[in-house]
Design a protein around this ligand. Structure first.
Ligand code: ADP
Ligand code: ADP
Length: 238
């Protein structure tokens, strides 16, 4: 079932228009790169899709459900199926790696909840499998803030894996990593896309990464969609 974004507009309380009538449809299995200069609206777009930020107008429809009209209860359910990865990793720094991954089960929205929650052994096993997949099983009991940046982002991926997401929203997931680490993280995301069939929307800064990983590119400028096409069509426009 496609993700349909319809005339999505966000005006922040201070009057900043971060998105203006952005529309597009993403089919299952696509890897869409969102590109644009800093301030173009990439982060706002990704966060409006799962309503971490409330859009001002427009609609987001996913799996036939109007996310923009969902009740708080429905929204919690929907968010459990949508993974999210952030530039700054957004881990609970003082919690263990394992706890951070378990938090994925509740939706990434409030990782603190996992500190209070009880997880049955089957969940812990799943979390360990997710950590194995990103090569971090040995570090499960370390505190998240003891890990390097690249390792922390792999925890972020394991946390998303825990959700078994159908859709992954990645907000500049490699912007704070060096190029080698950036590739290693994007390869994990690519594997989720290719092997698990997860639809990916990922904002990226560098065109070489876009060419290497994305199947489609959406370009934003000042909150307006200015490009929507294949990666190999971008350069012609420059
Ligand atoms: P990007 O992710 O492409 O850098 P953002 O979505 O973060 O872009 O920002 C888009 C625009 O909205 C920018 O002008 C930014 O300053 C503004 N903006 C982002 N968050 C807020 C906020 N909470 N309040 C007001 N303006 C904001
Ligand atoms: P990013 O580019 O990764 O979105 P930013 O540094 O632009 O990071 O923003 C960091 C935080 O500050 C975000 O939560 C964003 O919503 C908020 N923010 C960004 N621009 C503004 C702004 N003009 N006014 C208020 N908050 C803002």
């Amino acid at each position: 079932m496609p993700l349909i974004v319809e005339r999505l507009t966000k005006i922040y309380p201070d009057g900043t228009r971060a998105l203006h009538e952005v529309s597009f449809t993403v089919e299952d299995g696509e890897f869409v790169a969102i590109i644009g200069l800093s301030g173009a609206g990439k982060s706002t777009l990704l966060r409006c899709i799962n309503r971490l930020i409330e859009p001002t107008s427009g609609r987001v429809i996913w799996n036939g459900i109007d996310i923009t009209a969902a009740s708080p209860r429905e929204l919690r359910k929907i968010r459990r199926q949508i993974g999210m990865i952030f530039q700054q990793f957004n881990l609970v720094k003082r919690a263990t790696v394992l706890t951070n991954v378990l938090a994925g089960r509740l939706g990434y929205v409030n990782p603190w909840l996992s500190l209070l929650g009880y997880f049955p052994p089957s969940e812990v096993q799943r979390a360990m499998r997710a950590l194995e997949r990103v090569g971090l099983a040995d570090l499960a009991d370390k505190r998240a803030d003891e890990l390097s940046g690249g390792q922390q982002q792999r925890v972020g991926i394991a946390r998303a894996l825990m959700q078994e997401p159908r859709l992954l929203l990645a907000d500049e997931p490699v912007a704070s990593l060096d190029p080698v680490l950036a590739h290693s993280i994007l390869r994990y995301i690519e594997e989720l896309n290719r092997k698990d069939g997860v639809t990916v929307l990922c904002s990226l800064h560098f065109l070489d990464l876009v060419h290497r990983y994305a199947t489609r590119v959406i370009g934003l400028k000042d909150g307006i969609k200015v490009f929507d096409g294949r990666p190999d069509e971008i350069d012609d426009r420059r």
